[in-house]
Design a protein around this ligand. Sequence first.
Ligand SMILES: Cc1cc2nc3c(=O)[nH]c(=O)nc-3n(C[C@H](O)[C@H](O)[C@H](O)COP(=O)(O)OP(=O)(O)OC[C@H]3O[C@@H](n4cnc5c(N)ncnc54)[C@H](O)[C@@H]3O)c2cc1C
Length: 295
Amino acid sequence: MLPYFPKKFVWIFSRKYIAGETLEDAIRVSKELNANGILVTMDVLGEFITNLDQAEENKVEYLNVIDVIQQSGIGGNLSVKPTLFGLLLDEEVCYRMIREIVARAAKYDNFIRIDMEDSQCTDMEIALFRRLKQEFPKNVGLVVQAYLKRTSKDLEDLMDLHSREMPLNYRLCKGIYVEPAEIAYKKYHEVNRHYLENLEFMFRNSIYPCIATHDIPLIEGALRLIEKYNVPRDKYEFQMLYGVTPERRKTLVDKGHHMRVYVPYGKQWFGYSTRRLKENPKMATQIIKAIFVKH
Ligand SMILES: Cc1cc2nc3c(=O)[nH]c(=O)nc-3n(C[C@H](O)[C@H](O)[C@H](O)COP(=O)(O)OP(=O)(O)OC[C@H]3O[C@@H](n4cnc5c(N)ncnc54)[C@H](O)[C@@H]3O)c2cc1C
Protein backbone atom coordinates (compact mmCIF):
# COMPACT_ATOMS: atom_id res chain seq x y z
CA MET A 1 0.00 0.00 0.00
CA LEU A 2 2.81 2.36 0.88
CA PRO A 3 3.78 3.59 -2.57
CA TYR A 4 0.18 4.68 -3.05
CA PHE A 5 0.09 6.99 -0.04
CA PRO A 6 -0.11 10.60 -1.18
CA LYS A 7 3.39 12.07 -1.19
CA LYS A 8 2.56 14.94 1.15
CA PHE A 9 1.36 12.50 3.82
CA VAL A 10 4.49 10.38 3.51
CA TRP A 11 6.51 13.57 3.90
CA ILE A 12 4.81 14.31 7.25
CA PHE A 13 6.35 11.09 8.50
CA SER A 14 9.55 11.24 6.46
CA ARG A 15 10.78 14.65 7.52
CA LYS A 16 11.93 13.05 10.77
CA TYR A 17 14.25 10.68 8.86
CA ILE A 18 15.50 12.90 6.05
CA ALA A 19 17.45 16.11 6.34
CA GLY A 20 15.55 17.69 3.43
CA GLU A 21 15.73 17.99 -0.32
CA THR A 22 18.88 20.09 -0.65
CA LEU A 23 22.54 20.05 0.36
CA GLU A 24 21.87 23.16 2.49
CA ASP A 25 19.35 21.09 4.50
CA ALA A 26 21.94 18.36 5.01
CA ILE A 27 24.56 20.89 6.10
CA ARG A 28 22.15 22.49 8.59
CA VAL A 29 21.23 19.10 10.13
CA SER A 30 24.88 18.02 10.19
CA LYS A 31 25.89 21.19 12.03
CA GLU A 32 23.17 20.56 14.63
CA LEU A 33 24.40 16.99 15.12
CA ASN A 34 28.03 18.14 15.27
CA ALA A 35 27.05 20.67 17.94
CA ASN A 36 25.80 17.72 20.02
CA GLY A 37 29.09 15.86 19.67
CA ILE A 38 27.91 13.60 16.83
CA LEU A 39 29.70 13.01 13.53
CA VAL A 40 27.78 12.44 10.31
CA THR A 41 27.97 10.49 7.10
CA MET A 42 25.95 12.11 4.34
CA ASP A 43 24.08 10.21 1.69
CA VAL A 44 22.58 11.71 -1.45
CA LEU A 45 19.37 9.80 -2.04
CA GLY A 46 19.12 8.27 -5.47
CA GLU A 47 17.10 5.69 -7.29
CA PHE A 48 18.00 3.03 -9.83
CA ILE A 49 19.85 4.51 -12.79
CA THR A 50 19.33 3.35 -16.36
CA ASN A 51 22.24 5.01 -18.19
CA LEU A 52 25.77 6.23 -17.52
CA ASP A 53 24.86 9.90 -18.02
CA GLN A 54 22.89 9.66 -14.78
CA ALA A 55 25.94 8.11 -13.12
CA GLU A 56 28.06 11.05 -14.32
CA GLU A 57 25.53 13.51 -12.86
CA ASN A 58 25.65 11.67 -9.53
CA LYS A 59 29.45 11.82 -9.55
CA VAL A 60 29.45 15.59 -10.11
CA GLU A 61 27.01 16.03 -7.23
CA TYR A 62 29.09 13.86 -4.88
CA LEU A 63 32.30 15.71 -5.75
CA ASN A 64 30.52 18.93 -4.87
CA VAL A 65 29.30 17.49 -1.54
CA ILE A 66 32.86 16.59 -0.56
CA ASP A 67 34.02 20.14 -1.33
CA VAL A 68 31.13 21.63 0.64
CA ILE A 69 31.73 19.36 3.66
CA GLN A 70 35.31 20.61 3.64
CA GLN A 71 34.42 24.29 3.17
CA SER A 72 31.73 24.32 5.84
CA GLY A 73 33.89 22.53 8.41
CA ILE A 74 31.41 19.68 8.94
CA GLY A 75 32.63 16.78 11.06
CA GLY A 76 31.62 14.12 8.61
CA ASN A 77 32.17 12.00 5.56
CA LEU A 78 30.16 10.53 2.72
CA SER A 79 28.48 7.20 1.97
CA VAL A 80 28.10 6.01 -1.63
CA LYS A 81 25.97 3.34 -3.27
CA PRO A 82 27.88 1.94 -6.26
CA THR A 83 24.72 1.22 -8.28
CA LEU A 84 24.21 5.00 -8.50
CA PHE A 85 27.49 5.13 -10.41
CA GLY A 86 26.58 2.38 -12.85
CA LEU A 87 27.82 -0.77 -11.04
CA LEU A 88 25.19 -2.86 -12.79
CA LEU A 89 25.76 -1.20 -16.17
CA ASP A 90 29.55 -1.06 -16.44
CA GLU A 91 31.71 -2.13 -13.52
CA GLU A 92 34.86 -0.43 -14.85
CA VAL A 93 33.15 2.93 -15.40
CA CYS A 94 31.68 2.69 -11.90
CA TYR A 95 35.15 2.02 -10.48
CA ARG A 96 36.57 5.07 -12.24
CA MET A 97 33.81 7.34 -10.97
CA ILE A 98 34.06 6.18 -7.38
CA ARG A 99 37.85 6.35 -7.60
CA GLU A 100 37.53 10.02 -8.51
CA ILE A 101 35.27 10.58 -5.49
CA VAL A 102 37.66 8.77 -3.13
CA ALA A 103 40.62 10.70 -4.59
CA ARG A 104 38.79 13.99 -3.89
CA ALA A 105 38.07 12.89 -0.31
CA ALA A 106 41.71 11.84 0.11
CA LYS A 107 42.81 15.32 -0.95
CA TYR A 108 41.09 16.63 2.22
CA ASP A 109 42.07 13.63 4.33
CA ASN A 110 38.40 12.65 4.37
CA PHE A 111 36.74 9.28 3.90
CA ILE A 112 34.24 7.49 1.65
CA ARG A 113 32.12 4.60 2.86
CA ILE A 114 30.95 2.11 0.24
CA ASP A 115 27.43 1.08 1.27
CA MET A 116 26.58 -2.57 0.70
CA GLU A 117 23.58 -3.19 -1.53
CA ASP A 118 21.69 -6.39 -2.36
CA SER A 119 23.44 -9.72 -2.96
CA GLN A 120 23.77 -9.33 -6.75
CA CYS A 121 26.27 -6.54 -5.88
CA THR A 122 28.25 -8.16 -3.04
CA ASP A 123 31.15 -9.61 -5.07
CA MET A 124 31.45 -6.47 -7.20
CA GLU A 125 31.34 -4.12 -4.20
CA ILE A 126 33.99 -6.13 -2.37
CA ALA A 127 36.18 -6.09 -5.52
CA LEU A 128 35.67 -2.34 -5.85
CA PHE A 129 36.65 -1.81 -2.22
CA ARG A 130 39.70 -4.05 -2.62
CA ARG A 131 41.04 -1.94 -5.51
CA LEU A 132 40.36 1.37 -3.81
CA LYS A 133 41.74 0.32 -0.42
CA GLN A 134 45.07 -0.59 -2.08
CA GLU A 135 45.39 2.87 -3.58
CA PHE A 136 43.80 4.89 -0.73
CA PRO A 137 44.46 2.87 2.43
CA LYS A 138 43.18 5.57 4.83
CA ASN A 139 40.26 6.97 2.87
CA VAL A 140 37.85 4.18 2.07
CA GLY A 141 35.76 1.71 4.04
CA LEU A 142 33.16 -0.95 3.32
CA VAL A 143 29.84 -2.06 4.82
CA VAL A 144 29.38 -5.72 5.73
CA GLN A 145 26.03 -7.38 6.43
CA ALA A 146 25.71 -9.82 9.33
CA TYR A 147 22.69 -11.54 7.75
CA LEU A 148 24.76 -12.89 4.86
CA LYS A 149 26.15 -16.38 5.50
CA ARG A 150 29.26 -15.50 3.49
CA THR A 151 30.31 -12.54 5.64
CA SER A 152 32.60 -14.40 8.08
CA LYS A 153 34.57 -15.80 5.15
CA ASP A 154 34.66 -12.41 3.40
CA LEU A 155 36.14 -10.91 6.56
CA GLU A 156 38.85 -13.58 6.63
CA ASP A 157 39.59 -13.14 2.92
CA LEU A 158 40.02 -9.38 3.19
CA MET A 159 42.59 -9.63 5.99
CA ASP A 160 45.46 -9.28 3.51
CA LEU A 161 44.44 -5.61 3.21
CA HIS A 162 44.77 -5.04 6.95
CA SER A 163 47.66 -3.69 8.95
CA ARG A 164 47.88 -2.02 12.36
CA GLU A 165 49.03 1.21 10.72
CA MET A 166 46.27 1.18 8.06
CA PRO A 167 43.47 -0.84 9.66
CA LEU A 168 40.43 -2.00 7.78
CA ASN A 169 37.37 0.12 8.55
CA TYR A 170 34.01 -1.62 8.31
CA ARG A 171 30.47 -0.58 9.04
CA LEU A 172 28.78 -3.68 10.43
CA CYS A 173 25.00 -3.76 9.95
CA LYS A 174 22.37 -6.49 9.93
CA GLY A 175 21.50 -5.91 6.28
CA ILE A 176 18.35 -4.39 4.90
CA TYR A 177 17.48 -6.26 1.68
CA VAL A 178 15.20 -9.28 1.33
CA GLU A 179 17.56 -12.15 0.53
CA PRO A 180 16.88 -15.87 -0.05
CA ALA A 181 17.32 -18.28 2.90
CA GLU A 182 20.09 -20.16 1.02
CA ILE A 183 22.41 -17.21 1.41
CA ALA A 184 21.05 -15.24 4.37
CA TYR A 185 20.13 -15.87 7.98
CA LYS A 186 16.49 -15.05 8.48
CA LYS A 187 15.80 -15.40 12.18
CA TYR A 188 16.35 -12.48 14.53
CA HIS A 189 18.54 -14.50 16.96
CA GLU A 190 20.61 -16.02 14.15
CA VAL A 191 21.32 -12.63 12.62
CA ASN A 192 22.20 -11.18 16.03
CA ARG A 193 24.51 -14.08 16.87
CA HIS A 194 26.42 -13.59 13.62
CA TYR A 195 26.50 -9.86 14.11
CA LEU A 196 28.31 -10.29 17.41
CA GLU A 197 30.61 -12.98 15.99
CA ASN A 198 31.58 -10.65 13.13
CA LEU A 199 32.12 -7.81 15.58
CA GLU A 200 34.27 -9.98 17.84
CA PHE A 201 36.38 -10.94 14.80
CA MET A 202 36.94 -7.24 14.15
CA PHE A 203 37.96 -6.43 17.73
CA ARG A 204 40.22 -9.50 17.92
CA ASN A 205 42.05 -8.34 14.79
CA SER A 206 42.21 -4.61 15.65
CA ILE A 207 39.94 -3.69 12.75
CA TYR A 208 38.03 -0.39 13.16
CA PRO A 209 34.34 -1.33 13.41
CA CYS A 210 31.41 1.05 13.01
CA ILE A 211 28.66 -0.60 15.02
CA ALA A 212 25.57 0.32 13.01
CA THR A 213 22.47 -0.76 14.90
CA HIS A 214 19.56 0.53 16.97
CA ASP A 215 18.91 -2.89 18.49
CA ILE A 216 19.37 -2.83 22.28
CA PRO A 217 20.62 -6.46 22.68
CA LEU A 218 23.23 -5.77 19.98
CA ILE A 219 24.30 -2.49 21.54
CA GLU A 220 24.66 -4.27 24.89
CA GLY A 221 26.56 -7.14 23.24
CA ALA A 222 28.89 -4.64 21.57
CA LEU A 223 29.52 -2.87 24.88
CA ARG A 224 30.44 -6.22 26.48
CA LEU A 225 32.93 -6.91 23.68
CA ILE A 226 34.43 -3.43 24.00
CA GLU A 227 35.00 -4.18 27.68
CA LYS A 228 36.28 -7.73 27.06
CA TYR A 229 38.90 -6.53 24.54
CA ASN A 230 39.52 -3.29 26.42
CA VAL A 231 39.05 -1.33 23.20
CA PRO A 232 39.99 2.36 23.41
CA ARG A 233 37.28 4.88 22.47
CA ASP A 234 39.05 5.96 19.29
CA LYS A 235 39.19 2.43 17.88
CA TYR A 236 35.46 1.99 17.13
CA GLU A 237 32.27 4.02 16.72
CA PHE A 238 28.53 3.53 16.86
CA GLN A 239 26.35 4.55 13.94
CA MET A 240 22.61 5.16 13.68
CA LEU A 241 20.18 6.46 11.08
CA TYR A 242 19.02 10.07 11.30
CA GLY A 243 15.74 10.27 13.21
CA VAL A 244 15.81 6.67 14.50
CA THR A 245 15.98 6.15 18.30
CA PRO A 246 17.62 9.51 19.14
CA GLU A 247 17.34 8.74 22.86
CA ARG A 248 19.44 5.54 22.46
CA ARG A 249 21.92 7.57 20.50
CA LYS A 250 22.15 10.17 23.27
CA THR A 251 22.70 7.55 26.00
CA LEU A 252 25.78 6.29 24.15
CA VAL A 253 27.09 9.78 23.41
CA ASP A 254 26.64 10.80 27.07
CA LYS A 255 28.79 7.82 28.08
CA GLY A 256 31.56 9.07 25.78
CA HIS A 257 31.23 6.65 22.86
CA HIS A 258 31.86 8.09 19.41
CA MET A 259 28.67 8.28 17.36
CA ARG A 260 28.08 8.94 13.67
CA VAL A 261 24.65 9.54 12.19
CA TYR A 262 23.70 8.64 8.61
CA VAL A 263 22.14 11.78 7.14
CA PRO A 264 20.22 11.18 3.91
CA TYR A 265 19.00 14.06 1.83
CA GLY A 266 17.80 14.73 -1.69
CA LYS A 267 14.89 14.93 -4.00
CA GLN A 268 14.51 11.14 -4.09
CA TRP A 269 13.31 11.01 -0.47
CA PHE A 270 10.08 9.18 -1.34
CA GLY A 271 11.75 5.87 -2.28
CA TYR A 272 13.99 5.97 0.80
CA SER A 273 11.02 6.68 3.08
CA THR A 274 8.89 3.88 1.76
CA ARG A 275 11.84 1.47 2.25
CA ARG A 276 12.25 2.62 5.89
CA LEU A 277 8.52 2.15 6.41
CA LYS A 278 8.55 -1.36 4.96
CA GLU A 279 11.45 -2.16 7.28
CA ASN A 280 9.46 -1.06 10.29
CA PRO A 281 5.74 -1.47 9.54
CA LYS A 282 4.78 -0.15 12.98
CA MET A 283 5.77 3.24 11.64
CA ALA A 284 2.98 3.08 9.04
CA THR A 285 0.51 3.77 11.85
CA GLN A 286 2.42 7.00 12.45
CA ILE A 287 1.53 8.13 8.95
CA ILE A 288 -2.11 7.38 9.47
CA LYS A 289 -2.01 9.33 12.75
CA ALA A 290 -0.23 12.16 10.99
CA ILE A 291 -3.00 12.30 8.41
CA PHE A 292 -5.63 12.87 11.05
CA VAL A 293 -3.80 14.66 13.84
CA LYS A 294 -2.97 18.22 12.88
CA HIS A 295 0.51 19.46 13.84
C1 LIG B 1 24.33 3.99 9.89
C2 LIG B 1 23.65 2.85 9.19
C3 LIG B 1 24.04 2.52 7.89
C4 LIG B 1 23.46 1.43 7.24
N1 LIG B 1 23.95 1.04 6.01
C5 LIG B 1 23.46 -0.09 5.43
C6 LIG B 1 24.01 -0.61 4.23
O1 LIG B 1 24.96 -0.06 3.64
N2 LIG B 1 23.49 -1.75 3.72
C7 LIG B 1 22.45 -2.41 4.32
O2 LIG B 1 22.04 -3.47 3.83
N3 LIG B 1 21.90 -1.93 5.46
C8 LIG B 1 22.37 -0.79 6.01
N4 LIG B 1 21.81 -0.34 7.19
C9 LIG B 1 20.54 -0.90 7.68
C10 LIG B 1 20.75 -2.10 8.57
O3 LIG B 1 21.21 -3.18 7.82
C11 LIG B 1 19.44 -2.50 9.28
O4 LIG B 1 18.50 -2.90 8.35
C12 LIG B 1 18.82 -1.42 10.13
O5 LIG B 1 19.80 -0.72 10.84
C13 LIG B 1 17.84 -2.02 11.16
O6 LIG B 1 18.51 -2.95 11.97
P1 LIG B 1 18.88 -2.73 13.52
O7 LIG B 1 20.24 -3.29 13.70
O8 LIG B 1 18.70 -1.32 13.90
O9 LIG B 1 17.92 -3.71 14.30
P2 LIG B 1 16.35 -4.00 14.25
O10 LIG B 1 16.18 -5.28 14.98
O11 LIG B 1 15.81 -3.88 12.87
O12 LIG B 1 15.77 -2.82 15.10
C14 LIG B 1 15.92 -2.73 16.49
C15 LIG B 1 15.10 -1.58 17.02
O13 LIG B 1 15.58 -0.35 16.44
C16 LIG B 1 14.52 0.51 16.13
N5 LIG B 1 14.47 0.70 14.68
C17 LIG B 1 15.18 0.02 13.75
N6 LIG B 1 14.95 0.50 12.51
C18 LIG B 1 14.05 1.49 12.64
C19 LIG B 1 13.41 2.35 11.72
N7 LIG B 1 13.65 2.31 10.41
N8 LIG B 1 12.55 3.27 12.22
C20 LIG B 1 12.31 3.36 13.55
N9 LIG B 1 12.87 2.56 14.46
C21 LIG B 1 13.74 1.63 14.04
C22 LIG B 1 13.28 -0.13 16.68
O14 LIG B 1 13.15 0.30 18.02
C23 LIG B 1 13.62 -1.62 16.65
O15 LIG B 1 12.87 -2.36 17.54
C24 LIG B 1 22.41 0.72 7.89
C25 LIG B 1 22.03 1.05 9.17
C26 LIG B 1 22.64 2.08 9.84
C27 LIG B 1 22.24 2.38 11.25
